[in-house]
Design a protein around this ligand. Structure first.
Ligand SMILES: Cc1cc2nc3c(=O)[nH]c(=O)nc-3n(C[C@H](O)[C@H](O)[C@H](O)COP(=O)(O)OP(=O)(O)OC[C@H]3O[C@@H](n4cnc5c(N)ncnc54)[C@H](O)[C@@H]3O)c2cc1C
Length: 342
């Protein structure tokens, strides 16, 4: 079969690789000048820069880990985060270690006030009482131990040669049109059986039900001769940015100068990136209308955070892709077995 894959983030690239491995003809279309979507990184002045915000890999899914491990070795990276709060700099998620730092026990409500309310309001641009329970209740608290790792998944690490190298290998041998116009794939005359679409779902339908809301980010970068004491320092306060970070930590580099970046959340508009879907309130109502249109499409598969309008960690994007394209991989494997037996 022939597939067009629209978008080469981790969702589109996973689909392209698995389909190509199953013997299908695959062609990828990407508007940016590089593959990898928001996971993309690049080396500048000896520092691996995470151009679209820091990406730290973690999963409990062995199949996802083994799939990605085909394209990279991993460097052991233990991700810890600290936060500047009204009670000073503390380690998060809130653990026994944080209680030791503060010298006292805090109630769940106090923890929420201390590290979550101001941060979430900045992040989402919505007053606290209008945020859905799915966000408000997401306060990680680990009272039972002093484990200060941000993630406690079984598999964690950073691609040893960076994400860009991982994607180069994943897409090896698959034709990709980089810098393509958004609708270039629609104008392509080569026949196709299925289209895998990982772009914005509202854009796919020319916003017939109106644009979906997203949160975006503005990055302020500064080269510095002084390393930060921690990889990421969250700002749980009223400052206009949510966090700042030192890129050299993510790839275990020791450069003379490092890049420090501050992240300022802002509304999404035509001139910036739609980083975070807002699948609650009117955002969710509008998305459900697009989802109904998508469900009626015979030869389309919608994948990834923009087309399924959901916040997906990298491992979730890979797992979702594996699940949704399984019928095409499975039927090919069955067919090959039958041919072998004839
Ligand atoms: C700031 C930030 C930090 C994050 N940190 C982490 C983290 O630490 N760990 C983690 O697991 N996850 C993290 N994530 C989530 C991670 O970025 C996503 O899981 C991942 O990017 C999802 O990949 P995707 O392919 O679905 O989407 P994307 O990465 O957005 O890829 C979509 C691609 O499609 C292209 N495209 C869109 N429309 C078209 C079109 N019409 N034609 C052609 N191309 C098109 C886009 O240019 C893009 O390259 C973070 C996300 C953000 C925003």
């Amino acid at each position: 079969m022939r597939f067009h894959v629209i978008g080469s983030g981790i969702s589109g690239s996973t689909a392209a690789r698995l389909l190509a491995d199953a013997g299908h003809h695959v062609e990828v279309w990407e508007t940016r000048g590089h593959a990898g979507g928001n996971c993309h990184d690049e080396c500048v002045n000896g520092v691996t820069i995470h151009r679209y915000g820091p990406h730290l890999f973690h999963t409990n899914d062995r199949q996802v880990w083994e799939f990605l491990s085909r394209f990279t070795a991993w460097h052991d990276y233990r991700h810890t985060v600290v936060a500047d709060t009204a009670l000073g700099r503390i380690s998060i998620p809130f653990s026994m270690k944080t209680e030791q730092q503060l010298g006292r026990r805090l109630s769940d409500e106090e923890i929420r006030e201390l590290i979550f309310v101001d941060y979430s309001v900045k992040q989402w641009g919505v007053p606290w009482d209008q945020l859905p329970a799915s966000i408000k209740d997401r306060v990680p608290i680990r009272r039972e131990n002093a484990d200060d790792r941000y993630f406690n998944d079984t598999y964690q690490g950073q691609p040893a040669a960076g994400y860009a190298a991982l994607f180069r290998l994943m897409l090896d041998g698959i034709p990709i049109h980089l810098g393509a116009a958004k609708d270039a794939w629609r104008r392509n005359r080569r026949p196709t059986d299925h289209v895998i679409y990982t772009g914005k779902i509202d854009e796919f339908y020319h916003c017939v039900h109106g644009p979906l809301p997203y949160r975006s980010l503005r990055f302020e970068h500064e080269w510095s001769g002084t390393r930060l004491p921690h990889s990421i320092i969250n700002q749980c306060n009223r400052l206009p940015y949510t966090r700042f970070y030192d890129h050299a930590y993510f790839s275990n580099e020791h450069p003379v100068q490092t890049l420090v970046t501050r992240e300022f959340p802002e509304a999404h508009h035509d001139g910036n990136e739609p980083y975070y879907p807002m699948p609650f309130g009117t955002g969710m109502e509008t998305y459900l209308k697009y989802q109904r249109l998508a469900a009626a499409e015979p030869n389309m598969i919608f994948l990834g955070r923009l087309a399924t309008y959901s916040y997906l960690d990298m491992w979730m994007a890979v797992a979702q892709t594996m699940t949704k394209i399984r019928p095409f991989i499975h039927s090919f494997i069955q067919q090959t077995r039958t041919n072998d037996n004839q």
